[in-house]
Design a protein around this ligand. Sequence first.
Ligand SMILES: C[S@@+](CC[C@H](N)C(=O)[O-])C[C@H]1O[C@@H](n2cnc3c(N)ncnc32)[C@H](O)[C@@H]1O
Length: 387
Amino acid sequence: MIEAQGKESIVRQRYAAGAKERADKLCCLVDYDSEYLQAIPREVIERDYGCGDPSRHVHEGETVLDLGSGTGKICFIAAQIVGPKGRVIGVDMTDDMIEVARRNAPVVAQRIGYANFEFRKGRIQDLALDLELLDQELKQNPITDAASFLAADELAAELRVKHPLIASDSIDIVVSNCVLNLVEPKSKWHLFDEIFRALKKGGRAVICDIVSDEDVPEEMQNDPELWSGCISGALTEEGFIAAFENAGFYGIQILKRDAQPWRTVQGIEFRAVTIEAFKGKQGACFERNQAVIYRGPFKEVLDDDNNRMERGKRYAVCDKTYNLYKKAPYREFFEFVDPLVEVPPAEAKLFDCSRTALRHPKETKGQNYVATTEANSKCCDGGSSCE
Ligand SMILES: C[S@@+](CC[C@H](N)C(=O)[O-])C[C@H]1O[C@@H](n2cnc3c(N)ncnc32)[C@H](O)[C@@H]1O
């Protein structure tokens, strides 16, 4: 039986050893883009304990946060993709992992020509707390009794506010490669809230992790080898997606799901998936007379606000939803209908997003619209076949 704190120290011990010497059992085979591996020292590439490649979803100029960055491989790849205008922060709780990443950082910087990355010590379920700052403070004021323990607790709370390891709303994309499953059960939900907090509005998370096809029984969860080996801490496929939903993410989708399990234990399959989830649905809804038409191919869809939309029908949406649907991951699924006369934002009234309403074409054109026009030549590409 291992208690929560026990799980975390077992994980730390196992990855401290994995930082010093490659541990084969801890990784799936991942096909990283070889173009980016050339600048990365062998020691880093060898100590790869990932199960996917979230760096493929990073864009130029973005600020990236890698959760459980290990020896730094994903950070060093992402650093090359975001380029000198972007920035990459790796967070890990294991000193030996951070040591390898920091020691190799100048080599990568020299090879790519800039240093747009850094490695910080923290727990990914508590991204506000800078563990190196706390370490420094505790060296000066060690915990020796109950009073100093309570003082340390207060100090940690103060550090989270005054010197957060990762500030709120500061990150364009949070990535992670095979780490979330290692977080102790009681902190798992908080972990998703922390990812949400760190992201800017409009930002996204792309997480590669191991999930199970069935609930993992308690005896398996209490097996230290299976827990620290990225097996028994896995959420179920459904539970993983629900965790993003509960934290307030929208537009959640499975980008990749390995058909073959990585491992099967007592009949339960454990496989790698990559999930993408967006932040930015929060905020007031305003009526600007816009409409969307769901293009199909399904007969109907249910959106993250529980609005059910049938294929081909015009639905009234608020300005925020209209603009969200114009972007990834939705834009290919909708047609967009602008009102004939724009409603200026300052004049827009509140819109009730909790009900689904169809939008009559007269609402977008205006009740008095009675125009009659000549044939639009663009309809026939300027040809004569419509004449
Ligand atoms: C399976 S390895 C993956 C490392 C890296 N992402 C890769 O692709 O090679 C897990 C890493 O997450 C770190 N880790 C595990 N639990 C953590 C936590 N709660 N907070 C921060 N780091 C954690 C470990 O120290 C280790 O470096």
